[in-house]
Write a protein that binds this ligand. Structure first.
Ligand SMILES: Cc1cc2nc3c(=O)[nH]c(=O)nc-3n(C[C@H](O)[C@H](O)[C@H](O)COP(=O)(O)O)c2cc1C
Length: 308
């Protein structure tokens, strides 16, 4: 049927692919290049804000570095982001640099499919914009997908205060290796932001890929804190030192002591130190990557396992 042939040409690749990866991911490496120098930042960069789209790293890579993502197995350049220095955050004798994303491109699809796919995706992004907020601009959404060429692990973040408990999914997280910090970029409108600022403690549960449905449901019920830990559809267990409820089936549970926070556009960027790290089980963790990255890997015969 001609429709079967034409349909894939009229449908963009999905923006995001939900995949199961054993942590830490080693499929893609990230490096910063500036002034003839380079640094491996696979475990030392994260998204700090969506509006403006900003990247944080503990490497001071000058004023206008390039962040590149390579397929670790073949060395092929998958994509890159042009960065511009915004600010530095000084915290406990070390600092983290914030870079605004100025431009970006990827090589996961050939030309002209790449431009056509981006045009179709951008049209869908404009059409599906929420009436409640300005959302993210199509160009920034394309750049964000490039930042997800390194598959991003999903955790559930637990917050427990006497009058407020909550647990919600996050993937704008990560170690900033050289500084020893672990960061979280949380929308400033999230109901738990003031509590985290005050309490300076959260617990991160690395979630098995099989928990996808429960994780997404928690993401949808975001306007209110949790009514109680018993309301969760999965068992919890206390974290080792602080006794904060965390996912009983987690692959890993980390207690994160917050040492600094800063508003960066739409997000509050928290910097913390891991206080206690419980490595509980092997297995695959829920991750997100860009749809065009998964399409590229499928063509290479090395797709990530997709989570239905
Ligand atoms: C898989 C997944 C990952 C998410 N990652 C983040 C994140 O890194 N930062 C964030 O602010 N919200 C993230 N969210 C949304 C939050 O869980 C939560 O719904 C949101 O912060 C609530 O803010 P709001 O009340 O302003 O919508 C994610 C949701 C899902 C389903």
């Amino acid at each position: 049927m001609w429709k079967d042939w034409i349909r894939p040409l009229l449908r963009p690749s999905p923006q995001w692919s939900v995949v199961a990866v054993a942590p830490p991911q080693r499929a893609v490496s990230a490096s910063l290049r500036w002034d003839g120098r380079s640094a491996d930042v696979t475990a030392d960069h994260t998204v700090a804000s969506l509006r403006p789209l900003a990247i944080a790293t503990s490497v001071d890579a000058g004023r206008v570095p390039v962040l590149e993502y390579h397929d670790a197995a073949t060395g092929k350049l998958l994509g890159g982001l042009q960065l511009e220095k915004m600010a530095s955050i000084a915290a406990t004798q070390t600092s983290v640099v914030l870079y605004r994303v100025a431009a970006g491109g990827h090589r996961c699809l050939g030309w002209p499919q790449r431009s056509w796919n981006a045009w179709l995706q951008n049209r869908a992004i404009r059409k599906n914009r929420s009436p409640h907020g300005p959302g993210i601009e199509p160009a920034a959404a394309q750049q964000l997908m490039i930042a997800y060429l390194c598959p991003r692990p999903v955790v559930l973040v637990s917050v427990a205060a006497p009058a407020h408990c909550n647990i919600f999914p996050m993937d704008l997280i990560g170690p900033l290796e050289r500084s020893g910090f672990f960061s979280l970029a949380l929308r400033s409108t999230n109901v738990s932001v003031p509590v985290i600022r005050e309490l300076r403690r959260v617990v991160l549960s690395s979630v098995p890929a099989a928990m996808k449905a429960a994780v997404y449901r928690l993401g949808e019920q975001h306007t209110h804190p949790l009514s109680g830990w018993n309301a969760l559809p999965f068992p919890v267990r206390p974290s080792r030192r602080w006794g904060i409820p965390a996912v009983a089936a987690a692959l890993r549970i980390r207690e994160l002591a917050i040492v600094a926070d800063r508003e960066v556009g739409s997000h509050t960027f928290f910097l913390g130190r891991i206080d206690c790290d419980e490595d509980l089980a092997g297995g695959v963790q829920l991750h997100h990557t860009a749809g065009f990255h998964q399409a590229y890997r499928r063509r290479q015969g090395t797709p990530f396992a997709e989570v239905a």
